[in-house]
Design a protein around this ligand. Structure first.
Ligand SMILES: Nc1ncnc2c1ncn2[C@@H]1O[C@H](COP(=O)(O)OP(=O)(O)OP(=O)(O)O)[C@@H](O)[C@H]1O
Length: 282
């Protein structure tokens, strides 16, 4: 396996001086090509900031992000993002097919090839017959399928998903989770998915990265040893699943997370003191 994403010593600070807020502190991890890695962390710990930095939407304060070996300095062409809020990410004035085709306009593909790609992406997410409809004519779950189809149509090197199923009902969420795992495996897509839901992170992931409370640090990087073929009932009942979700919950809410966050806080204070001393000397 080759490394698709490499995050090295990544930190991001909002603002400066007294009002500065360190959202992400010194994160290092890689994601291999074809892997589905889940990130789970407490609310406000810096997950979205991390995704924004990986997507090239905010420049890191320090550290680097590389996609297939290329340093990320802006939004990479071969990166796709699916957000939680499907109703704001689809264009209501375009048909479903045109929504899926939209990002392909900036590729060198001919119109016929763009149409074909959009049709096959819609087919992959089980929406073969709805290309001529408008997003607002579809259910929430179907709209999120359209967002996934749009992301997949460009055959991204990395698909970033920020709480993609948080706005749909539980039954639809299960369906979309299974759809994502199936399509991801069929197409060999590399996925980095953020979720608040511990069970979802274990069910979907080949791996779960557990983050501490703010500023985000990695508390654990757990391989998920569940079989590749997963099932909403039998997988969730299995001993491996139950053990792993317990482990993630303990890491997330227990003393390990607090200790990592305290250490990050201490290091931050020390590095800020060092900067102040250096400035005073010069
Ligand atoms: N543009 C910004 N300017 C200043 N502070 C910000 C900005 N965006 C986020 N923050 C702060 O950075 C911290 C991390 O925010 P972020 O949205 O990355 O966390 P999160 O883990 O995604 O949150 P949630 O789980 O609630 O979605 C928070 O304290 C937030 O208030």
């Amino acid at each position: 396996m080759s490394t698709m994403l490499e995050v090295s010593d990544l930190s991001h600070r909002y603002g400066a001086g007294d009002k500065a807020h360190v959202a992400v502190n010194d994160l290092t991890f890689t994601v291999e090509a074809g892997q589905l890695a889940c990130i789970v962390g407490p609310s406000g710990c810096g997950k979205s900031t991390l995704l924004r930095a990986i997507a090239g939407l905010v420049p890191p304060t320090s550290g680097t992000v590389s996609l297939h070996g290329d340093l990320v300095t802006g939004v990479p062409d071969d990166l796709a993002v699916v957000f939680q809020d499907y109703s704001r990410s689809l264009f209501p004035w375009l048909t479903v097919a045109k929504n899926v085709e939209f990002p392909l306009r900036w590729t060198k593909l001919h119109k016929a090839e763009r149409r074909k790609r959009a049709a096959s992406a819609l087919e992959a997410v089980g929406l073969a017959g709805v290309g001529a409809k408008f997003p607002w004519q579809l259910s929430g779950g179907m709209q999120q399928r359209v967002s996934i189809a749009r992301a997949l149509a460009s055959r991204p090197a990395l698909l970033i998903m920020d709480e993609p199923f948080a706005s749909v009902d539980a039954q639809t969420r299960f369906e979309l989770e299974d759809l994502l795992r199936r399509v991801q495996r069929e197409q060999g897509t590399t996925v980095l998915l953020v979720t608040h839901d511990i069970d979802e992170s274990v069910y979907l992931g080949d791996r779960v990265l557990v983050l501490s409370k703010s500023p985000a640090r990695i508390v654990a990087d757990l391989p998920v040893g569940l079989p590749a073929e997963r099932d909403q009932i039998t997988t969730r009942e299995s001993a491996e699943f139950v053990t792993l979700r317990g482990e993630v919950a303990r890491l997330l809410h227990g003393p390990a997370s607090a200790a990592v966050a305290d250490e990050a806080e201490r290091e931050l204070v020390e590095s800020e003191e060092a900067v102040v001393k250096a400035e005073a000397k010069s």
